[in-house]
Design a binder for this molecule. Structure first.
Ligand SMILES: C[S@@+](CC[C@H](N)C(=O)[O-])C[C@H]1O[C@@H](n2cnc3c(N)ncnc32)[C@H](O)[C@@H]1O
Length: 342
């Protein structure tokens, strides 16, 4: 974001948030409505995880059945398309589910993808898959009791864009080479001769100029366990006796896409923010952010993500209660000693 202070511009667009930092702001409300207030082509990345159409009631409610989800989601997506810059991306994390009462999978993620591309004109630069090795087996009926299905531990992540060439910063997400590759780099031509591989890949001389390479290209399978039980956010929730968000992102997930698809100071938005993991990741990476969530308790305890690590239970309770009682415009100054001023 350029010109004026970031937060001043966010205030101009959306009004006073519940809390804000030097880079971003958290709003309580329906994102479908709040998105309408953002200017056209103002956002670099929308990354989000909507409430999935589950068969069981979750603590934050079930929003719709799997066969209603696409219609429910489309009005949000229309607004997202309007506010995204031409180079922007829309990243949606979606968990799988079963058709009610039957041991067959719902196709809702794929139906949604096709509608987003066919009806709204989004392009699919690439699909990602998030493998969470720590996911519990479910649904109980098909997996645990009757034992006719295996554990579903992979979410799809649709990376959508307005056109074929969204902003990409691959250099920010390169990963460490495997030991075998490191050996290959060390031994060079003694070990490897340029030639055509049986697969049809042409391995040229250039392949060996690995001194210039900074890391390996990551695959579109992200292996990230979701096991956090002792982060500052969770500890602070415990101290105040409020429930942490039950389906929050591991911070590494938004981190990956923010690094991959944005530059510092770009604007990142989460339209179903929950515990505001996206805001925390954006803040840490120096990106501007806007987060929107309908549930007041989640908004209140998400503020803990932006406080220093040595807050007393009294001070946490004071902050939490202020938000629960409807206070807004709370300025969280991360690096200040007093932490909270408003
Ligand atoms: C799967 S959770 C998101 C969790 C989040 N990714 C995190 O890391 O904590 C979905 C959230 O969307 C919120 N939500 C549902 N409808 C909404 C709406 N219309 N506007 C904003 N938030 C909404 C729910 O209250 C819920 O907290």
């Amino acid at each position: 974001m350029k010109g004026g202070s970031v937060v001043e511009r966010i205030f101009e667009w959306l009004g006073e948030p519940v809390y804000y930092t030097d880079l971003g702001a958290m709003y309580l409300g329906d994102s479908k409505e709040l998105l309408k207030k953002l200017p056209r082509e103002s956002v670099d990345l929308v990354i989000t995880s909507p409430p999935f159409p589950l068969q069981r009631e979750k603590p934050y409610g079930r929003f719709c059945f799997e066969d209603e989800f696409v219609e429910w989601f489309m009005p949000f997506a229309e607004q997202v398309r309007r506010v995204l810059k031409r180079t922007g991306s829309f990243v949606i994390d979606l968990g799988g589910t079963y058709v009610k009462g039957r041991p067959i999978r719902s196709l809702y993620q794929y139906r949604l993808l096709i509608r987003l591309c066919d009806d709204l004109g989004f392009a699919l630069p690439e699909e990602f898959f998030w493998f969470n090795p720590s996911k519990l087996p479910s649904p109980i009926e098909w997996v645990n009791k009757r034992k006719i299905r295996v554990k579903d531990a992979v979410n799809v992540i649709w990376w959508l864009a307005k056109d074929d060439y969204p902003k990409v910063r691959l250099e920010n997400v390169l990963i460490e080479y495997s030991d075998r590759m490191k050996l290959l780099l060390k031994l060079g031509e003694r070990f490897y001769k340029p030639k055509d591989r049986p697969s049809g890949h042409k391995i040229s001389e250039k392949f060996m100029k690995l001194g210039e390479k900074k890391g390996a290209i990551p695959p579109n399978l992200l292996v990230i366990p979701n096991t956090d039980s002792n982060s500052k956010y969770v500890r602070y929730c415990r101290a105040v006796n409020t429930q942490p968000h039950p389906t929050r992102f591991p911070i590494e997930l938004p981190e990956f896409f923010i690094k991959f698809l944005t530059d510092p100071k770009d604007l990142v938005v989460d339209i179903f923010a929950g515990s505001n993991a996206v805001g925390e990741a954006a803040q840490a990476l120096g990106r501007c952010w806007i987060s929107i969530e309908t549930n007041l308790e989640y908004v209140a305890n998400s503020a803990f993500r932006f406080l220093d690590g040595n807050e007393s239970a009294e001070s946490l309770t004071r902050i939490y209660n202020c938000i629960m009682q409807g206070e807004t415009g709370i300025h969280i100054k991360r690096k200040c000693k007093g932490i909270l001023s408003y």
